[in-house]
Design a protein around this ligand. Structure first.
Ligand code: ADE
Length: 233
């Protein structure tokens, strides 16, 4: 898969390429490219943003600057780009990212991620260039970069051959194998620490019982999480 990230801070992503799963994905043929909006602005002082019409605090990423960056990178009118690949604006007001959406995006051959800064994007960027607006949670970050990193990590680790043990992706939290529930608890050695014992069933060697125990714990966690979501609404 090819991921192109448009940002004012490409250097923030340096560590991401070194993260093991991401490095595995890159070694297996995935591509991670960065484009700095500032390299494409025609405005003086490498300006990329401006004050909002109508007044208000903060600065807004300019549509002409984003258009120039997209046009330079893809050599096409950005209005046509979203017909060829998903172009995703990262914004707190977008659709919430979850495991099924990550699965869907991980199956795409290419994604373009647009990071906003300050007050975010001129709305015409979203309206005319983007296929999706995604949020990683109902809170406001100072920019889309951490959200883009989350998305890159989540989709790259789903690429075939990236995780050392393929079962860990099949049976992880929110997967179909667990009916969308969170993953069951894990334990490792020592079997006892300060009197805190690992559940006997896990030491029993009974695979069917272990499976059942894990499924039950996973369901309990799912029910707990749903109750917390409901009371938050
Ligand atoms: N940009 C700022 N906050 C964000 C969030 N919660 N998700 C995605 N992009 C963002």
């Amino acid at each position: 898969m090819q991921l192109d990230v448009f940002t004012l801070f490409p250097e923030w992503f340096d560590w991401l390429g070194r993260e093991r799963h991401v490095a595995n994905a890159l070694a297996a043929g995935s591509r991670l490219n960065f484009v700095n909006y500032r390299d494409h602005t025609r405005l003086s002082g490498r300006q990329v943003d401006d004050t909002p019409f109508g007044g208000g605090a903060g600065m807004v990423l300019r549509v002409d600057v984003v258009e120039d960056a997209l046009r330079a990178h893809y050599a096409t009118d950005p209005v046509l780009l979203r017909e060829r690949r998903r172009v995703i604006a990262l914004s707190p007001s977008g659709r919430l990212l979850d495991d099924s959406l990550v699965d869907e995006l991980a199956g795409e051959p290419a994604l373009t991620l647009l990071c906003g800064r300050y007050e975010g994007f001129d709305e015409r960027i979203v309206e005319h260039f983007c296929s999706d607006v995604l949020s990683i949670g109902r809170y406001v970050l100072s920019g889309g970069e951490p959200a883009a990193m989350v998305l890159c990590d989540a989709v790259l680790r789903k690429q075939p051959g990236v995780l050392g043990d393929e079962r860990s992706a099949l049976e992880e939290s929110f997967s179909a194998a667990l009916d969308g529930d969170p993953e069951y608890p894990h334990y490792t050695r020592p079997a006892e620490h300060r009197g805190w014992r690992v559940p006997d069933v896990l030491l029993s060697g009974h695979h069917a019982q272990i499976e059942l125990w894990r499924r039950e714990r996973s369901r309990e966690r799912g029910a707990g999480a749903h109750a917390a979501d409901d009371s938050a609404q």
